[in-house]
Design a binder for this molecule. Sequence first.
Ligand code: DX5
Ligand code: ZN
Length: 224
Amino acid sequence: MTVRIHPSILTADFANLQSEVERVATADALHVDVMDNHFVPNLTFGPRMVGRLNEVSAIPLDVHLMISDVDRWGPGYAELGVFSVTFHAEASDHPVALARRLRGIGARAGLALKPGTDVTPYLELLPEFDQLLVMTVEPGFGGQTFLHDMLPKIRAVHAARGDLDLWLQVDGGIALDTIALASEAGADTFVAGSAVYQAPDGADPAEAIAALRALAAEHPHTHA
Ligand code: DX5
Ligand code: ZN
């Protein structure tokens, strides 16, 4: 099975971002959390920062927008040339139109769901997206505890995607003790912030990435 590990720069040292990006060069993509202090109660990066990260990173950028009014502001991130732009269903009035715009600009389009958002109304929209992100914590902060209640939602997306080329991403609390559960439920793309940049036993990011990847691969989906 395919396993993708996307370290989240949110837990890295913001005074040394270029070297922090280089420390995760063995990962599949760099997850960049854009927060606007409105959609979530935290503030991180804007487009200039994301653009520079995209220029210095050797691996693709997986941008996770936790911003309001994303129909207006989302396309600007795709125009930076990043690999992937994921926006929240709760922040968009026109998710299909936005996904088409993002794809038209050349980015992969992702749809993210907060823990309290039912996935059912979105299952029929899956062909419009390249990635579905099931949040496994409330968005806003790193270092939170994985919400086991989200496993049925992961299973529902996995069952619904059929033969679609849709990446099933999980984000929040993914670590050595939880990644196998998410993988068995059907996730294939794993965001990890603290588990990579603040790994237990002082493991460096490359070791942490390898350990997470191995655990996910050893616990493939257990159903169709
Ligand atoms: C939370 C962010 C996550 C965060 C995950 O709102 O979307 O990407 O960095 O951090 P960990 O892996 O520490 O839960
Ligand atoms: Zn994220």
